[in-house]
Design a protein around this ligand. Sequence first.
Ligand code: TRP
Length: 330
Amino acid sequence: MERVVSGIRPTGNLHLGNYFGAVRAFTQMQHEYDCSFFIADWHSLTTHPRPEDIVRNTYTILAEYLACGIDPERATIYIQSDVPEVLELYLYLNMNAYLGELERTTSFKEKARQQPDNVNAGLLTYPSLMAADILIHRGVKVPVGKDQEQNMEMARKFARRFNTIYGVDYFVEPQSYSLGEKALKVPGLDGSGKMGKSEGNCIYLKDDEKTISKKVMKAVTDSGPTEPNSPKPEVIENLFTFMELVSTQETYDYFNERYADCSIRYGDLKKQLAQDINAYCAPIRERIAELSADTDFLSRVAREGAERARERARQTIDEVRHIIGFRARQ
Ligand code: TRP
């Protein structure tokens, strides 16, 4: 089975944009590929040197991914900092990563601008740590967003360079894996095109019924159609797109017809949408609550995930040490 690797940024709770955009696709991929998913807690040190409650945060994320359907029996899910072998590979990759190319990456330049008082070496070598995350599993497919393209190019470059320097054909160049149709875009309800944390318009998986309802009722609309069969402006289209994700076809058709004959009442539509979002999220929300309360289970999942990841990681490190010329580790 082909190996898939992806890192999860430990920034906050999952929202519906994450869910339909990637997490749900991950749960499908675990049936088709040999998947490793990990929470990238080391990476977060590049921007947050003193994370407030890192253990609790990683457990929250773990609980949310499991609640969405990541199955620890199928996929290897672990916390990056539980797999120290990654650091040894990171060191080797750093020895062949050049200052110029690291400085030229867009994300480094951007972060250096954002935090001028903390332009640390970890920030500079973010791409080599990410490459190590992937290459430690000899992963070939990496489902990431467009914003990670440059990091992926670097990972390929580092893999290639390692092979060239040591005259081997060891690492396979990892490819970005486009989720394609498995990834659905969730619109923002504030008139912006997309639901996102930076847009501040998220419905979170942990949101309760009242919170969901409040957020949906605030959705931006217009004054309503005046001509039959008129095209929908973007803010209205967004509501319908949302319905396609969580409502039944009948519900969608019902409101679509009301729109077409100008009898639609947006208040009714929003109420229905809030109800359907809540019905969709409720089982996931309940599962999040259950799992979050069961820290014994979460720590067992994390421990077993790390054990599986380390087994493979140790093999890679032994082979890499051999290639470079070090003795195998005792
Ligand atoms: N850089 C990725 C992001 O910001 C997270 C990440 C870290 C990652 N290591 C990875 C993704 C390895 C894929 C593979 O989203």
